[in-house]
Design a protein around this ligand. Sequence first.
Ligand SMILES: Nc1ncnc2c1ncn2[C@@H]1O[C@H](COP(=O)(O)O)[C@@H](OP(=O)(O)O)[C@H]1O
Ligand SMILES: [Mg+2]
Length: 252
Amino acid sequence: MPAAARTDDHAFAVWAAEQAGARLLQVREEGLEGKALKDAGDAAAQELLAALLAEHRPEDKVLSEEAMDDKSRLDARRVWIIDPLDGTREFSEPPRDDWAVHVALWVDGDLAAGAVAQPALGETFSTALPSVVPPRTSERPRIAVSRSRPPAFVEALAAELDAELVPMGSAGVKVMSVVRDVADAYVHAGGQYEWDNAAPVAVARAAGLFCSRVDGADLVYNKDDVQLPDLIVCRPELAEEIIDFVKRHGVG
Ligand SMILES: Nc1ncnc2c1ncn2[C@@H]1O[C@H](COP(=O)(O)O)[C@@H](OP(=O)(O)O)[C@H]1O
Ligand SMILES: [Mg+2]
């Protein structure tokens, strides 16, 4: 473990996400396919992250997609919100690289640190070294959407903004696509959970991107109900138009 990760939560998030990412790359080499590969990936990454958190941050609570929800987190000051494998479907389709490991830390009411590892891309984005979003390379806005379940309203939004849709897997990968100038916005509705977007939003905010619910409200984490069904992450100049569209048309 790097010395900084002992005391620095940003560095710990990066290290833990990369450890789980390395484990997932190994699992992908074990000859499994389909559901067996998905299940093995979810289990291996969960086991590794749970062990690292128990050993190195024993006082903290954890909210994970792959573990029972321990409600004592609601009275805690520090809660790690993790998705050991986001984009499980794409993980099971090698050599796709649109899957990720999410590690976020929530402290006293808001996200305080986060890392999103994209192991098959060899990249980790984090609050340890906030990303600098490159200048926009596309004149037409590009909107990242779910590859397997794109929300219907995003097509109408794209038509209004004269935008192009860029389908890909994983919420973390879609948020990082905005950080990387592969897309200019990620707009989602219809279902998601805190672990799907906590670490990505921590990273995107640190990079200066706009992040909110689709109606412009704040994203709130470590709630009793962990559903967080919709969000926008975009270049700041696109936020008003997107929220305005949702106010006029809804997300139905
Ligand atoms: N309508 C929905 N309801 C619940 N979860 C959803 C959802 N749409 C997307 N997600 C979750 O968000 C993540 C990204 O999905 P997508 O690739 O379709 O954009 C996936 O996480 P997991 O892969 O961790 O299950 C997926 O389960
Ligand atoms: Mg997920």
